[in-house]
Design a protein around this ligand. Structure first.
Ligand code: XBP
Ligand code: MG
Length: 259
């Protein structure tokens, strides 16, 4: 049994709070390429392959290595990647601010329940901080960024996921041990990062991550579920028979963990 009570929930953003990748980040990358006069285009399938590398700037560099390696020799390539990525962030923010992305099933409900239950909330993501803020403000609730005690995002740590750096960074600022928290992730890279910080982790899959390996997850679910739209359990610790993940379920799972 876990001697430490559950005190905080730590959420990934991309793919976990919302399906941001295919219809958000991908579209914004392509818009930035077009605006820069480039004929690069990442279709849905190619983007799925490129997701192996987390972080937008790192993803552009990875793409160049594969498709335009000579460009990586240019003296100004770092500045060019930075400028492209800045433009991409602008397009992404516009898309999200226009209401282009909704939260996944159960996310707003669980966050609201967690606040009511006195649990602390945090974010651990590789995406750029401005992207976190715009998604929370427009897809969760105005002012909801302030609900999160710690927001760890982007370049605040040297190594992005699957490195555990961002989770260590968040735990340090929460001033909590991993055993007092639960993490929520959608991808193998994200799960590796959370487990690297010894966080018990619930995985909710999406189209891009459904076939990845989640052996170290506490449980793997289709989503967090709503009463009218129950989740499916794919593997791991059995939760409620049907319906939705709630705080009682989380406390139950958490209490059974060995520290
Ligand atoms: C998300 C990412 C992000 C986004 C793009 O990974 O890899 O890089 O695709 O964001 P995770 P930026 O959900 O594991 O945190 O372009 O702002 O870097
Ligand atoms: Mg993710």
């Amino acid at each position: 049994m876990n001697p430490v009570p559950l005190q905080a929930l730590i959420f990934d953003i991309d793919g976990t709070l919302a399906d941001t990748e295919r219809d958000g980040h991908r579209v914004a990358f392509n818009a930035a390429f077009t605006a820069a006069g480039l004929d690069w285009h990442w279709d849905v399938e190619r983007y799925g392959e490129l997701l192996a590398v987390t972080g937008g700037k790192e993803r552009i560099r990875h793409f160049l290595k594969q498709s335009h390696p000579a460009l990586l020799q240019d003296a100004g390539i770092d500045a060019r990647i930075t400028a492209l990525h800045k433009a991409k962030t602008g397009f992404y923010r516009e898309l999200v601010a226009a209401g282009g992305l909704s939260l996944r099933p159960g996310v707003a409900r669980l966050i609201t329940e967690a606040r009511a239950a006195g649990l602390r909330l945090a974010i651990a993501t590789t995406t750029t901080p401005e992207n976190v803020e715009v998604l929370l403000e427009h897809s969760l609730a105005p002012g909801s960024s302030a609900w999160f005690a710690v927001i760890g995002a982007g370049d605040v740590v040297p190594e992005k996921k699957p490195a555990a750096d961002i989770y260590h960074w968040v735990l340090e600022r929460l001033n909590l041990p991993a055993a007092a928290c639960l993490a929520f992730e959608d991808s193998e890279n994200g799960l590796r990062a959370a487990r690297g910080a010894v966080l018990p982790t619930i995985v909710t899959i999406n189209d891009y991550t459904a076939n990845q390996r989640f052996d170290e997850a506490l449980t793997v679910l289709s989503d967090l579920g709503e009463a009218a739209q129950p989740f499916r359990r794919l593997s791991g610790d059995p939760g409620p028979a049907a319906g939705q993940i709630d705080i009682e379920t989380l406390r139950h799972w958490h209490s059974r963990l060995t520290a």
